[in-house]
Design a protein around this ligand. Structure first.
Ligand SMILES: NC(=O)c1ccc[n+]([C@@H]2O[C@H](COP(=O)([O-])OP(=O)(O)OC[C@H]3O[C@@H](n4cnc5c(N)ncnc54)[C@H](O)[C@@H]3O)[C@@H](O)[C@H]2O)c1
Length: 270
């Protein structure tokens, strides 16, 4: 019960990594506000927590919308009047079909030596996708951090955990929008960590390698195999393993850890 009596908000907790974090935190005694864009998946995570004896509340909202984020905070603070941990996890990866096809073509070419097919990921990237990617990952993280700090600064304690990616650490070819947004999340994390360290608030990021979640479910087998081949552990990480990293950063053991990036990536050099 390492998180006993604490209240956590996990965004994007209707699926994948966010759901695993919400379940893990609840198992450790936290009451969890379960956010997602999708009301039904948020409610399903709440049901899963409650069926295991935990406490949770669904707070569906689009975190990219600052007013919706504010309403969400008002709603669960009105019920629980407490906030100890926020995990800014909501995310989306817009991988265009022609880019996937070009990635597959490049893989086949690499096997024979010379890669000549352009990925055409940046040249074909539409403004709307670029902006939506930033809105979800960067604006969403900013909106929820801003509201969380209003509570945490008064209480002089709190943990904020932002989900980045190895794409943000190294730059993943084919997803320039996602890589840039995840790098922005890292810069934001480090700045805010230094801003609020003297108030007893820790702000850290997790930058996972490839994780077996619905986000990667539609990838062709060839690309999945290529991601596995790039990972020294020889497999994708599980959502539960990333939840373990989040639990560490939320736990009393991480009291002195702030402005850091923890990368559960199976030994990847990316
Ligand atoms: N799967 C991976 O390989 C991997 C690797 C590194 C980082 N990540 C990051 O981990 C996080 C979780 O990804 P996942 O793999 O669990 O994906 P997922 O698709 O399973 O879950 C993402 C969840 O976020 C929700 N969401 C999307 N936009 C939202 C918004 N505007 N407001 C609220 N909720 C929103 C979705 O509805 C979904 O339930 C993301 O930030 C992702 O970028 C994933």
């Amino acid at each position: 019960m390492r998180l006993e009596d604490q209240v956590a908000l996990v965004t994007g907790a209707g699926s994948g990594i966010g759901k695993a974090i919400a379940l893990r935190f609840a198992e450790c005694g936290a009451r969890v506000a379960v956010n997602d864009l999708d009301d039904e998946t948020a409610a399903a995570t709440v049901d899963a927590i409650e069926s295991r004896g935990g406490m949770a509340m669904a707070v569906p909202a689009d975190v990219s919308d600052g007013r919706a984020a504010l309403k969400m905070f008002t709603r669960f603070l009105g019920t629980w009047d407490r906030l100890d941990i926020v995990v800014n996890n909501a995310g989306a990866l817009f991988l265009e079909p022609h880019v996937v096809a070009n990635m597959e073509a490049q893989l086949a070419e690499r096997a024979s030596g010379a890669v000549s097919t352009p990925l055409a990921a940046t040249t074909s990237l539409e403004d709307g996708i670029w902006r939506r990617t930033f809105a979800i990952h960067v604006d969403g993280t900013f909106h929820c951090t801003r509201e969380a700090l209003k509570v945490m600064e008064v209480r002089r304690r709190g943990r904020i955990i932002n989900m980045s990616s190895i794409a943000g650490l190294a730059g993943l070819a084919g997803v320039p929008d996602y890589s840039a947004a995840k790098a922005a999340v890292l810069g934001f994390t480090k700045s805010v960590a230094r801003e609020v360290a003297h108030l007893g608030i820790q702000v850290n990021a997790i930058a996972p390698g490839f994780v077996d979640t619905p986000m990667l479910a539609d990838l062709p087998d060839t690309l999945r195999a290529a991601f596995v081949a790039q990972t020294p552990s020889g497999r994708l990480a599980t959502a539960e393993e990333v939840a373990g990293a989040a639990l560490y950063l939320a736990s009393p053991e991480a009291e002195a850890v702030t402005g850091q990036v923890l990368s559960p990536n199976g030994g990847s050099l990316m």
